[in-house]
Design a binder for this molecule. Structure first.
Ligand code: HEC
Ligand code: HEC
Ligand code: HEC
Ligand code: HEC
Ligand code: HEC
Length: 436
């Protein structure tokens, strides 16, 4: 078994800064010739055990994991939409870049390319699974899937004091550290290094790293914040006061509901609601209301939103009603086509492409064009100038909203059969206003 831990190399001929389209890429001489990155660690197919082979003894963990986005990292239809568009627009140059994280077993066992998954075995299709994570032996790079694999009988984890008739166990400090997650939860464009996902870097620079609170502390417990999950990780194992929860709950309630995982969807909504709080201040002068909305990131260990924020949408909905309940001001509304008011205050990130236009296509990123996110334990404030039509009492109602996708992008990918994206309320507040 040949192992090499070299940094993924950018293939020559792609030195041009972004703007690469099908026509600006070198002609593909072979399947791998046009890849932006190549996978240097290669193992024979079958080197990683299937999640089904862990299920018998780790039943609960298997159940939790199978509802997590990690299990759907490859099959998930909205990942596939974006990945296929990237493939089409780069003549396949992004296949292994994306696949390294979303189908890591396929990428490391020669099943990718071809990009369409036609050579995947059943284990490869199940995204980021048990044996991939538990045979990671090191990290060589804290972005673009810099984890080192060492598949085999040794399963590495946070203890090392248990014993299993099926495998060896080894204590791995790496598995208890954020670096383990950071190798994937940090994405850089291979040309020009534009940060595409910066969750790890952002955590590292923030107050939670300082306090020693890790990704696992918040995302490997069944409740938002740092919780406890007493029990056994295997019916054959020891009683523990906290067993690592494997649902990896983020904000994907919409996707989870579409997949039929109602409980996981509920957990995701709970996670989103734990992230932020709103505070309002209103001042009336000359018939005008100056309404200041403060958004505090009280629960996330990183900016909100984080991750693929160029795909997600977080925004403020601000409504002012008169005493009769009539709306006199409305920003951030959702229209009949399920589109969000384009004038709303949006918290997200967008890239610039080679022409300087804003884009949400990560592969075209040559720079950051828009970035408004709220740092961990930080605050964002926005003041709205609102005309109050007459004397009397009013109420301002504000909601912080979240969507996993923009309706426009789903419509683009799927046309009429695109489902309506759900909006999740992360926080709400209201205040009474009087114009004298
Ligand atoms: C994304 C990577 C990842 C995947 C996928 C994953 N695990 Fe884990 N697992 C971890 C990490 C990280 C820890 C240690 C957590 C900690 O330090 O609290 C862990 C802990 C464990 C533990 C020890 C639990 C305890 O607290 O005693 C077991 C057992 C385990 N995993 C089994 C599995 C099985 C079985 C699967 C598949 C059904 C699986 N894991 C999938 C990353 C993963
Ligand atoms: C025959 C039963 C059995 C099977 C099958 C099995 N395990 Fe385990 N595993 C155990 C037992 C028992 C423990 C010890 C649990 C304890 O004492 O807390 C364990 C512990 C672990 C740990 C914790 C390591 C540590 O100490 O930090 C990991 C990780 C793990 N298993 C991964 C896997 C993976 C991945 C698979 C599938 C490829 C798998 N196991 C299949 C029985 C099994
Ligand atoms: C092999 C790469 C890899 C590793 C290692 C990894 N992740 Fe992930 N993670 C992903 C990918 C890819 C997704 C997105 C899957 C999708 O939605 O298509 C994801 C999704 C998630 C989500 C769900 C986000 C949502 O929107 O619901 C959370 C939470 C998460 N990971 C946390 C962690 C934590 C914590 C660790 C470390 C213990 C970790 N991940 C390790 C690649 C990885
Ligand atoms: C203090 C607790 C805490 C810590 C520490 C933490 N997170 Fe989170 N995370 C949250 C909360 C709350 C949310 C929900 C808000 C959101 O989705 O932005 C979240 C959301 C996420 C999401 C989903 C983003 C989306 O909406 O698409 C991912 C992915 C994620 N975290 C990964 C990580 C990783 C990786 C680390 C470590 C580098 C980490 N988190 C550390 C609390 C935490
Ligand atoms: C270094 C690892 C890594 C690479 C490389 C990577 N991703 Fe991801 N991707 C992630 C992580 C981590 C998440 C989860 C972040 C979140 O939920 O906000 C994610 C989430 C996504 C999502 C959202 C899926 C969902 O369920 O909502 C899409 C779409 C996506 N990636 C597309 C791509 C495409 C296309 C490429 C290649 C151009 C790519 N990714 C390359 C790590 C990676």
């Amino acid at each position: 078994m040949k192992k090499s831990y070299k940094v993924l190399v950018a293939v020559a001929g792609l030195g041009l800064l972004g703007g690469y389209t099908a026509s600006s890429l070198p002609a593909a001489g072979g399947e791998l010739d046009n890849q932006l990155v190549v996978e240097t660690q290669q193992f024979p197919p079958g080197s990683f055990q299937s999640p089904g082979s862990c299920m018998g003894c780790h039943l609960e963990i298997h159940q939790e994991w199978s509802n997590s986005m990690h299990a759907y990292a490859w099959q998930n239809r909205w990942y596939q939409d974006d990945y296929r568009l990237a493939h089409a627009e780069t003549a396949g140059a992004t296949d292994l870049l994306c696949g390294a994280c979303h189908a890591p077993i396929a990428a490391r066992t020669g099943q990718l390319p071809p990009h369409d998954g036609s050579r995947f075995d059943d284990t490869a299709r199940q995204g980021i699974s048990c044996d991939f994570c538990h045979t990671i032996s090191g990290v060589e790079r804290l972005y673009n899937m810099g984890n080192i694999s060492d598949p085999g009988p040794v399963k590495r984890g946070n203890r090392g004091d248990g014993s299993s008739p099926f495998h060896e166990v080894e204590f791995s400090p790496l598995h208890t550290s954020t670096e383990f997650c950071g190798a994937c939860h940090n994405v850089r464009h291979p040309i020009g290094d534009v940060p595409i996902i910066d969750t790890y870097d952002d955590w590292k620079e923030g107050p939670y790293a300082e306090a020693g609170i890790t990704c696992q502390n918040c995302h490997m417990t069944p409740t938002p914040g740092i919780g406890k999950n007493p029990g056994k990780s295997s019916f054959m194992g020891q009683e523990r006061d906290n067993v690592a929860f494997h649902g990896f709950v983020g904000g994907s309630s919409f996707t989870q509901r579409k997949l039929g995982n109602e409980e996981q969807a509920r957990l995701a909504e709970e996670q989103l609601r734990a992230a932020a709080q709103l505070q309002l201040e209103g001042k009336v002068a000359d018939g005008k209301l100056a309404l200041t909305v403060h958004v505090d990131n009280v629960g996330a260990g990183h900016k909100i939103p984080t991750g693929v924020t160029y795909i997600r949408k977080m925004w403020l909905e601000v409504k002012v009603l008169d005493a009769g309940g009539k709306t006199v001001f409305h920003s951030g509304y959702v229209d009949e086509a399920n589109h969000v008011d384009p004038e709303a205050v949006f918290y997200r990130l967008l890239f610039t492409d080679s022409e300087g236009n804003l884009t949400g296509k990560s592969w075209q990123a040559t720079g950051i064009g828009y970035d408004r996110r709220i740092p961990a334990k930080g605050r964002d404030s926005e003041t709205y100038a609102i005309t109050l039509p007459g004397k009397g009492d009013y109420e301002a109602q504000v909601r912080l909203m979240y969507r996993s996708f923009s309706q426009e992008s789903l419509d683009f990918h799927e046309g009429e059969k695109a489902p309506k994206v759900e909006s999740v309320e992360m926080a709400r507040a209201s205040i009474a206003i009087a114009r004298k």
